[in-house]
Write a protein that binds this ligand. Sequence first.
Ligand code: SF4
Length: 308
Amino acid sequence: MADFKNEFSWSYSRGGLFNECKREYYYNYYGSWGGWDKNKSDNVTRTLYVLKNLQNRWQWKGSAVHEEIERILKEFVSTGKLIPLDKSKTRVTEIMRNDFRSSREGLYWNKNGSLRNEPALFEHEYRPQIRDEIWKRNYDEVILCLENFYKSQVIEEITGLPKETVYSIESMTGSYFSFNPELYYVKLDLAYSIGDRIKIYDWKTGSGNSDELQFLIYALYAHEELDFDLDKITVTELNLFENYTKIHTFSPEQIDYAKEYINKSIEDMKSYLINTDENTANMTDFPRTEDRKICELCKFHKICFDLE
Ligand code: SF4
């Protein structure tokens, strides 16, 4: 597996990490490369790879909700049957309980191969003293999000939709920009068409402001890759934690802004590489952030300052 080539690609989250801390970006996309092979990778690569796969409790909450909704919708679209809320809650409870135990025992350090779906919580690695009521609150919020999902209009909307009109249920898709030769990835929580319109949903599981740029990138993908006219694209932000819905539409000027942002982001990322064709990088070319608040929540904290 370590013989895979590390190809450059762009995503909204990759751009965000690059802006946050160059060194964290390096560890995530270059330093940890090949670390899935426990027997062949060196100690630093292996450690970076394991740490890269940690999720903090808020990310875990988000994943638990997204993955359960994915199961609900995929079953519903393929069979026409909706799992009752109580059964969905029981399922997610069981999964979270098993994930929690596995992570608490640190089993992720032992597993060879990909850790993408392996439970590995930041708090178990860095804050083992965290109180039970904090974990309980996190779990309760997952259940609240699911309850709000069942009360939302989504199920009614997709009832009876032909399968071929559903473009995405949490699918990670790779495409090439029309305005830049690079590969990019987007993941739409749910996207389906009705006639010449496309409706994209984005589930939010926490409070705070949403990022308009992320929605713009969804719209850009629907416009360029799926060929929908801009005025036929909507992104519906469904906040399952605070239980509100906000619909976003997009202008040509906003799309131009997104293109400029992406071009600049790719150019900046590539300017740090030693060889852009080979996508190779030197760790010392990627400076650490000076904002120690970012470091406190960083997955790589325990190894970062021991390295050059
Ligand atoms: S610990 Fe701080 S400097 Fe090091 S990678 Fe993380 S955020 Fe960057």
